[in-house]
Write a protein that binds this ligand. Structure first.
Ligand SMILES: C[S@@+](CC[C@H](N)C(=O)[O-])C[C@H]1O[C@@H](n2cnc3c(N)ncnc32)[C@H](O)[C@@H]1O
Length: 272
C-alpha cells in the first residue's frame, strides 16, 4: 500500500517535532513497516488510518505507530570499548570517590535491553560481593513500547548471546525449554525500564553518574542533538560521564570534555 506525498510529509513533520526522528527520506520504510498494521486495523488506505492516529487524544495510537517506525537494532557487547571504559575506569573511579556508595546509570534509548543488562553484568562482575554495599540503579528508557516489553522480559535467542563470554552466559541467563535464554531474576531486578521520550524534559529526581545514549542521536538533526546533549549535561553529576555511539558526532560547543572517542566527562568544578 502506498502513502500519498501529502500524508507522508505531514507524518514526517509530526514525527520529527515530537520524537526527533528524521523520516523525510524514508517513505518506503514508512510504507513497509505500517502497511500490514494499517490493513489489520481494518483501514484500506493511509489517510483514514493517520486521521485516526491524529484524532486519538490518548496518544496511544501515536505510540503504537512510533513503536513500528523506530529502528531497534542492538546487540550485547556492542561497541565494547564502552564496557571496557565502564569496568576499567568508570567503576574504579566511582569506588574511590563516591563515599555515599550511590550510583545512578541511565541507558537512554535502550531498545531490547541488551545495553542496560550488559552494564548490569559489568557492574556485578566488577563489585562481586561488594555490590550489596552499594545502592546502584540502572534506568533504561525508550519510546518503543514493543522494545520495552521485550526488554523487561529479557528473553533472547541463543545466537544473541554469542558475543558474551561463556561464564557470563552461564551466570546471568537461564535456558528456557524452547531453547531461548532469559536474564536471571536477580539481574533483571537491577534494571528499571520506563517509557521516556528524549525530546521531553528530563524530569528524573536525581542526576546520573553515567548516561549511555548510543546509536539514538544518529537519527536526530544537529539542533535536536545539541539540545539533547545540553539536557544530558544538566542531568549529569559533576565528574559524571556520557557515552555516545562511535558513529555519532558531538556538537562543537559540547560542554562535556572528550576523554576518548565517544566518551565524555562533565569535569568537576576546579578541575581542568
Ligand atoms: C538503534 S537502537 C540503539 C539501542 C542501543 N542504545 C544500542 O546502541 O545498541 C535506537 C533506540 O532509540 C530509540 N529512540 C529513538 N528515538 C527516541 C526518542 N525520541 N526517545 C527515546 N528513545 C528513542 C528507538 O526506539 C530505539 O530503540
Amino acid at each position: 500500500m502506498t502513502i500519498s506525498n501529502e500524508d507522508f510529509l505531514r507524518l514526517a513533520k509530526i514525527v520529527k517535532a515530537k520524537y526527533g526522528l528524521n523520516l523525510f527520506e524514508k517513505k518506503y520504510l514508512v510504507e513497509s513497516r505500517l502497511t500490514n498494521y494499517v490493513l489489520d486495523c481494518g483501514f484500506d488506505n493511509f489517510t483514514e488510518y493517520l486521521e485516526t492516529v491524529y484524532a486519538d487524544r490518548s496518544g496511544i495510537e501515536m505510540t503504537n505507530m512510533i513503536s513500528r517506525l523506530t529502528t531497534n537494532y542492538t546487540y550485547f557487547m556492542r561497541e565494547s570499548e564502552h564496557f571496557l571504559h565502564f569496568s576499567d575506569v568508570f567503576l574504579p573511579d566511582a569506588e574511590k570517590t563516591k563515599k555515599e556508595k550511590e550510583l545512578r546509570i541511565w541507558s537512554a534509548g535502550c531498545s531490547y535491553g541488551n545495553e542496560p543488562y550488559n552494564l548490569a553484568i559489568c557492574l556485578n562482575e566488577y563489585f562481586g560481593d561488594r555490590h550489596r554495599l552499594w545502592d546502584s540503579k540502572i534506568l533504561a528508557t525508550d519510546i518503543s513500547f514493543n522494545a520495552l516489553r521485550m526488554a523487561k522480559q529479557g528473553v533472547y535467542a541463543e545466537q544473541a548471546l554469542q558475543e558474551l563470554p561463556l561464564p557470563w552466559r552461564e551466570k546471568y541467563f537461564n535456558r528456557n525449554t524452547n531453547g531461548t535464554y532469559q536474564v536471571t531474576d536477580e539481574l533483571r531486578s537491577n534494571v528499571v525500564f520506563k517509557y521516556h521520550n528524549l525530546m521531553d524534559e528530563i524530569g528524573f529526581k536525581k542526576q546520573f553518574d553515567l548516561i549511555v545514549c548510543r546509536n539514538v542521536m544518529i537519527y536526530f538533526d544537529e539542533q535536536t542533538k545539541a539540545e539533547l546533549i545540553n539536557r544530558f549535561y544538566d542531568a549529569t553529576v559533576e565528574g559524571g560521564y556520557l557515552y555516545i555511539g562511535h558513529a555519532e558526532s558531538a556538537p562543537k560547543d559540547i560542554k562535556y570534555e572528550m576523554i576518548q572517542p565517544a566518551v565524555y566527562k562533565k569535569t568537576m568544578k576546579g578541575e581542568n
